[in-house]
Design a protein around this ligand. Structure first.
Ligand SMILES: Cc1cc2nc3c(=O)[nH]c(=O)nc-3n(C[C@H](O)[C@H](O)[C@H](O)COP(=O)(O)OP(=O)(O)OC[C@H]3O[C@@H](n4cnc5c(N)ncnc54)[C@H](O)[C@@H]3O)c2cc1C
Length: 478
């Protein structure tokens, strides 16, 4: 048995939703020519909501409220929308093999689905503790968080351990966002990670210190510089404690594991060129893989970043998923008119009533600025490499301020005096953003506009407002 489509989107996550929207907008297909094949049982949704609004104790976000593309203030792509657009949703269906030469995919139930053009949007999967030699992470009170199924398990675990203890393994953004959600659900949290501070891949020690102090003020305990080695379980197989490498025993009613992700490239190994550096499917500036009929977008794609001198990077951020998705459709339907992607990497997170954004690359010398206070935090950092701003971080900014730091990074603004940059702080970026784009570094044609970013996760913004309410504090913005 088999079916044939002109366009097949493999994967049903954020990028898939935005690919579908872009096709619908451009009208580049006829009814029945385009399909999404997804292992998930539901239509594409805004994944960031899972660690934010979805975990709220009251008024939690639920589908259909956060289907794509609500995060960018676009249409809500419900199953009805796909039907109206003539896009076939093949849900609950895992593709188990791919043959790019024959242009065919085989699903777990043995159906062959062929295509003329394939858009790979398989994203990434959460790394499991077993991959690090630790057994037993299938216990019912150990949670990962990548999809809605994981989120439901987490919600159920939280419900059954109100007032109890949770151990969060990993100090990245999943760990940080889940820890905040657990606290909001009245669960005591201990975070365990091997690094010296949280968000070690991005935060400077000074920035991390701020967030760790903030979390500590909410009752979170940090155990740093060590890893877990095993679990203690009861007769039913439920975890009762986490044992650390230094011998410490942490009682646990539930455990959340956020130790990183791995791109879902395995179907294409040996068929498409994979980026050696960061393990994604390598694409060119048109999001096209080494096989001309195959494109890759979102977390699975490693693409050249003009701003980083064409360095090939695989990003794990929602804005990148959205942008690369739209770019691929443009390249497929209008190749002659589509220039190579020119993307300014952008990432954000929201925890408790805090909210930060980061643009660019965190390489070079760091200059901090602003008020690292609890009452009204508004601080950040610039990364300066070879005399130019390469990255900028800002907590508690206004929309204009976030826009300003994105402009400063996007233009690779020249810095002649580091001390002066520190003194001016945010004002430096604000002034720079008010200048015409003329003499300053790289002008990036497709620099994301603020509107795109500010609304990057409406669901999340709503959720944080609710968290703010939960804490009896009024949200300052959005
Ligand atoms: C809990 C959480 C919170 C996040 N919060 C933020 C945030 O605050 N800010 C931010 O910038 N980013 C955030 N992200 C990252 C962001 O969600 C991802 O960058 C984005 O989802 C990537 O989109 P994607 O479509 O490439 O992959 P995904 O959204 O992961 O979608 C991949 C899809 O492919 C399907 N699939 C994979 N293999 C197969 C197969 N063989 N057959 C069929 N289907 C398959 C999967 O089931 C899934 O539906 C968060 C991620 C998570 C998990």
């Amino acid at each position: 048995m088999g079916r044939a489509f002109v366009y097949v989107i493999l994967g049903g996550g954020v990028a898939a939703g935005y690919v579908a929207l872009e096709f619908a907008r451009r009208g580049g297909y006829s009814r029945g020519e385009l399909c999404i094949i997804s292992e998930e049982a539901v239509a594409p949704y805004e994944r960031p909501a899972l660690s934010k609004g979805y975990l709220l104790p009251e008024g939690a976000a639920r589908l259909p409220g956060f289907h794509t593309c609500v995060g960018a203030n676009d249409e809500l792509l419900t199953p009805k929308w796909y039907k109206e657009q003539g896009i076939e949703l093949i849900l609950g269906t895992k593709v188990i093999s791919a043959d790019v030469r024959r242009k065919a995919l085989v699903t777990a139930v043995g159906e062959t689905i062929s295509y003329k053009t394939l858009i790979i949007a398989t994203g990434a999967r959460a790394l499991k503790l077993e991959e690090f030699g630790i057994q037993g992470s299938d216990a019912e009170n150990i949670c990962y968080l990548r999809n809605i199924h994981d989120a439901d398990k987490l919600v159920n675990a939280m419900k059954s351990c109100s007032g109890g203890n949770a151990v969060v393994i990993g100090g990245g953004y999943i760990g940080m966002e889940c820890a905040a959600a657990l606290v909001t659900n009245k669960i005591r949290v201990t975070m365990v990670f091997p690094e010296k501070h949280c968000m070690a891949r991005l935060f400077t020690p000074r920035i991390a210190e701020y967030y760790e102090n903030y979390y500590t003020s909410k009752g979170v305990t940090f155990v740093k510089g060590t890893v877990l080695t095993s679990f203690e379980k009861d007769a039913t197989g439920k975890v009762t404690a986490v044992i650390l490498k230094d011998g410490k025993r942490l009682p646990a009613d539930m455990v959340v594991v956020g130790i990183g992700i791995r791109a879902n490239t395995s179907l294409f190994e040996g068929q498409l060129v994979v980026s050696m550096v960061n393990d994604g499917i390598k694409v060119n500036g048109q999001m096209q893989t080494s096989e001309s009929s195959v494109y890759a977008v979102g977390d699975v794609a490693a693409f050249p970043i003009k701003l980083f001198d064409g360095d090939v990077r695989r990003l794990e951020h929602v804005d990148s998923a959205r942008r690369t998705a739209r770019h691929a459709v443009s390249a497929i339907l209008e190749p002659a008119k589509t220039r190579d992607i020119n993307y300014l990497p952008f990432f954000y997170s929201r925890v408790f009533t805090l909210s930060w954004q980061f643009y660019g690359d965190n390489v070079g010398e760091v200059v901090h600025f602003g008020e690292f206070t609890n009452s009204s935090p508004r601080f950040g950092a610039y990364w300066v490499n070879k005399g130019r701003i390469t990255g900028a971080f800002l907590e508690g900014g206004s929309r204009e301020e976030y826009e300003a730091i994105s402009v400063a990074v996007g233009r690779k603004t020249k810095v002649t005096d580091m001390a002066e940059l520190g003194k001016q702080g945010l004002a430096f970026a604000v002034q720079e953003s008010q200048k015409q784009m003329s003499d300053s570094g790289l002008a990036i044609g497709e620099r994301p506009t603020y509107v795109w970013h500010a609304t990057a996760a409406v669901v999340a913004a709503v959720s944080i407002a609710a968290v703010g309410y939960w804490y009896g504090r009024k949200r300052r913005r959005w």
